[in-house]
Design a protein around this ligand. Structure first.
Ligand code: 13P
Ligand code: 13P
Ligand code: MG
Ligand code: MG
Length: 366
């Protein structure tokens, strides 16, 4: 049976500041999703949050990029924004960049990851969601999951993974895409995806069968809006087991935190801390950045779950490591590499400062 899994997310107001989502806003989303399921627009849904980002996880029969589903998500976010405004939440409607829906939610602010799948006998999917970071944050984990045998032993010892995976990479600035066949293309792939602010892994496919293995949201809020409104706080869907890496192989990259951009005012690097949904409440210096993961089995479109995958005690060390890394970064205050380089900063006073200083600059003699 063919079914589409759509994950559509938006920051529609923070409680308090940018640290969490207000329960009444999520209740409104739940209400809208409940009606959509009752009216057979969607098969099933789960509403959750990662920090100040509301997440709509939906299964349906309308395929990827469906106007029906995108409009449902858009209208749900609009209704949630009304609630956010009522309680004067911070940045109510922050990620909704337009007043009118134009057929597809892409380019309008929300982040979108969708895959149409032929449901397997056992369909295990893992949905990753992050706060205080940007699209491209999934590059390192997706590389490790689908191309690194030190992470995924299945690439070495499982016959159905041994031929590797194909990576589709997007150049988000020039609006181009390129594909790499791994393992033979890994060095070329790494040249690009090691620069996640420009090159993002959009999707991964099984090389023998062509099946979709993973897909992520690559929307860049600042490029869409032409100014800073908030961070992308991306999502990513990964299929597990069978022809794909095991659940534990998919989670393994998060056992050690890595640095991502997006902390405080979208302008700082910080460690991506793996946490439970309940602990995705970035508060210290508006962070550090968080990642959560919900697991589901999909049965005829029904979302059997969620299972909070990063709540597990085995990620305790990673959380401790992330706190240490956060301490080290914070000691740099306004200095790089904590603060982003000037041309990557979401906020900058540089033009005003340079204008003020223009008469004080003197030419060096030699
Ligand atoms: P089970 O024997 O518990 O199904 O585990 C199989 C496996 O390969 C897990 O990685
Ligand atoms: P969000 O993108 O999660 O709203 O965070 C914005 C910010 O600037 C936090 O300091
Ligand atoms: Mg926010
Ligand atoms: Mg956010």
């Amino acid at each position: 049976m063919k079914v589409t899994l759509s994950v559509i997310k938006a920051d529609i107001g923070g409680w308090v500041g940018h640290s969490d989502s207000y329960p009444k806003v999520l209740e409104k989303a739940e209400e809208a999703m409940f009606h959509a399921r009752k009216n057979n627009v969607i098969i099933d849904y789960h509403v959750t949050k990662c920090g100040d980002d509301a997440q709509l996880i939906m299964t349906h029969k309308h395929g990827e990029g469906s106007e029906i589903i995108h409009k449902l998500a858009w209208n749900t976010f609009l209704e949630c924004t009304e609630v956010a405004k009522r309680y004067k939440l911070h940045g109510a409607g922050q990620d909704l960049l337009s007043d009118a829906f134009s057929g597809n939610i892409k380019g309008m602010g929300p982040g979108v990851a969708e895959m149409e799948i032929d449901e397997r006998e056992a369909e295990s999917v893992l949905i990753f969601m992050a706060d205080k970071t940007s699209s491209g944050a999934w590059n390192m984990p997706l590389y490790k999951i689908f191309a690194d045998p030190f992470n995924t032993i299945g690439l070495v010892i499982a016959g159905n993974l041994h031929n590797g995976f194909t990576f589709e990479v997007h150049d988000v600035k020039d609006h181009k895409k390129v594909t790499f066949n791994c393992p033979e293309d890994i060095y070329d792939l790494l040249v690009l995806i090691g620069a996640p602010s420009r090159y993002c892994i959009k999707s991964v496919y099984h090389r023998d069968t062509g099946e979709i293995a993973a897909t992520s949201s690559t929307q860049k809020l600042s490029l869409m809006a032409g100014r800073y409104v908030g961070k992308d706080d991306p999502v990513c869907i990964v299929r597990a087991q069978g022809n794909f890496p095991a659940v534990g192989e998919v989670l393994e990259p998060f056992a050690h935190p890595f640095f991502v951009e997006g902390w405080m005012r979208g302008s700082h690097m910080g460690p991506l801390m793996p946490v439970s949904v309940a602990d995705a409440t970035p508060s210290r210096f508006d962070g550090p950045p968080r990642v959560i993961c919900l697991g589901f089995q999909i049965a005829n479109g029904e979302l059997v779950g969620p299972k909070d995958m990063l709540e597990d005690i085995s990620f305790e060390n990673a959380r401790g490591e992330a706190n240490l890394m956060a301490d080290i970064m914070r000691q740099h205050g306004p200095f790089e590499p904590h603060r982003l380089p000037l041309d990557e900063m979401e906020y900058t006073t540089l033009p005003q400062v340079m204008d003020k200083l223009k008469d004080r600059f003197e030419v060096l003699e030699d």
